[in-house]
Design a binder for this molecule. Structure first.
Ligand code: ZN
Length: 403
């Protein structure tokens, strides 16, 4: 009897849909098949089109009816270090005043400027910061390395420049950009691989000079995939066509990851801070294997909040387990975006908006990290690996009262 009525329902459904104004007929699919374009599965193996034209993904903005407690966090609970700083204005005393106001408002005590500059440009920026009473102790600078035209004599010149920049005040190296691996060419015209042995003298000099190496390699893996209806980053790739990496003229995502890991593994005395969690925040088991295999590697969380906040339980466990190896960093300097990070890290809030729709078509959840973990991620780890950051004035003891 049950079987018969189920059979009846399956047969009758398409006819009923076809009778509705504007509704096309439904179709039946086999187990494992997907509905045809423009339809959705309304009952097992039964697809139906909507009776109204579907809005585009740009225009569909459903209001959430979820009633739940929201805990907005305008400032980080503990003073923080932004290890991935790209401040917009360093060029004038007025710009530095604005930056100081912004940093105060969001709770960032120290910004590590990761603008990949060296030589005279670095000297100018350090001098400007030193002249600012409010930022003198709150801005620190990484130095840049010019990876173009690697060939005979390159490493000696690069190490000499590094030593000069340390004398200027550089406290680390970076941000080494994704151009290393993707586009930078050697003197002989070939692509410079991230694990090219010609670079090893520089990594070894970084270890000797106690300079952490902050490196961004590749981009989210979906940037290498076809731009179709299954691509998580469809909107971003459609908005920014230059973010696509067609396989015919780019090294693959896995090739770049392999080269990066070879380089880190081969230089165990050098401290590497892998930006954007290595683009593996969507695959924490993989990132955990890397952390276990390479104790000289730390990760930075900039611009991957959409992956942390969509898996609050797994992210919580990962952050607790690797709490000594994770640094806060933000990347693009938009002061109003920092509170999203604080809310994800510090609260247990459910289902809230992320700040950038084109990164993520989903909502975020709070990870609810314990204070000890927050302190490690916000400042202790950066202080430990970067002697050039002012070491005093931080909440010291484990479990110290916030601010
Ligand atoms: Zn950056």
């Amino acid at each position: 009897m049950r079987l018969a009525s189920a059979f009846f329902a399956l047969v009758i459904l398409p006819a009923a849909v076809a009778g509705q104004p504007g509704g096309g007929g439904g179709v039946t699919i086999q187990a494992g098949e997907e509905c045809p374009a423009g339809m959705t599965e309304v009952r097992p193996r039964n697809c139906r089109p909507p009776t109204l034209p579907a809005p585009s993904i740009l225009d569909y903005r459903p209001r959430s009816t979820l009633v739940t407690t929201a805990h907005l966090v305008p400032r980080s609970k503990f003073p923080s270090i932004d290890y991935h700083g790209h401040p917009t204005g360093l060029g004038s005393a007025e710009a530095l005043e604005r930056l100081a106001d912004d940093l105060d408002r969001i709770g960032v005590r120290v910004m590590v400027v990761a603008n990949n500059v060296s030589g005279d440009a670095l000297r100018t920026q350090v001098a400007l910061a030193q002249a600012s009473p409010r930022l003198r102790d709150r801005l620190r600078f990484l130095t840049g390395i010019d990876f173009r035209d690697v060939g005979p004599g390159w490493a000696e010149r690069a190490v000499a420049q590094l030593e000069a920049d340390v004398a200027t005040g550089a406290v680390g190296i970076g941000e080494i950009g994704k151009g290393l691996g993707l586009s930078t060419r050697k003197a002989d015209g070939s692509r410079l691989q991230i694990d090219d042995p010609a670079l090893d003298p520089v990594w070894q000099a970084a270890a000797r000079l106690k300079l952490p190496v902050f490196i961004h390699t590749a981009d989210p893996q979906e940037f290498w995939q076809p731009i179709d209806n299954t691509n998580e980053r469809w909107l971003e790739l459609a908005l920014f066509p230059n973010r696509r990496y067609p396989p015919e003229n780019n090294p693959s995502f896995e090739q770049l990851m392999t080269e990066r890991d070879n380089m880190i593994g081969r230089n165990p005395c050098t401290t590497f801070v892998v930006a954007h969690m290595g683009w593996h925040a969507n695959d924490l088991p993989r990132l955990a294997r890397m952390m276990n295999a390479m104790p000289n590697m730390l990760v930075e969380v900039g611009a991957v909040l959409y992956d942390i906040g969509r898996q609050p339980r797994a992210a919580h466990d990962f952050f607790v387990r690797y709490q000594d190896r994770i640094l806060f960093g933000k990347d693009s300097f938009q002061p109003e975006e920092y509170p999203y990070y604080w809310r994800v890290f510090e609260t247990n809030d459910d289902y809230f908006d992320y700040y950038r729709d084109y990164h993520a078509s989903w909502k975020l959840y709070g990870v609810g990290l314990p204070d000890e973990v927050l302190q490690n991620v916000y400042y202790r780890n950066a202080l430990r690996i970067t002697p050039g950051i002012p070491q005093i004035g931080w909440p010291d003891a484990i479990g110290a009262a916030p601010r």
